[in-house]
Write a protein that binds this ligand. Structure first.
Ligand code: SF4
Length: 59
């Protein structure tokens, strides 16, 4: 799985609260690629929960 963040993150923190192994939010989101393995379901949930739909997943 690859995680791509499109432009437009508003830094709300929702993704980090769902999966902090992969997402960290400062002004904007940072993806920790090494945290994805084993957390795929949470990554999908975070992508679904992003209010501006900028988290894209490639299987
Ligand atoms: S949920 Fe979406 S808008 Fe919110 S911090 Fe994460 S990527 Fe950014």
């Amino acid at each position: 799985m690859k995680v791509i963040i499109e432009d437009g993150c508003i830094g709300c923190g929702a993704c980090e609260s769902i999966c902090d192994a992969v997402f960290s939010v400062e002004d904007t989101v940072i993806v920790n690629e090494a945290g994805i393995a084993g957390n795929e379901d949470a990554v999908k949930e975070a992508a679904d929960s992003c209010p501006v739909s900028v988290i894209k997943i490639e299987e």
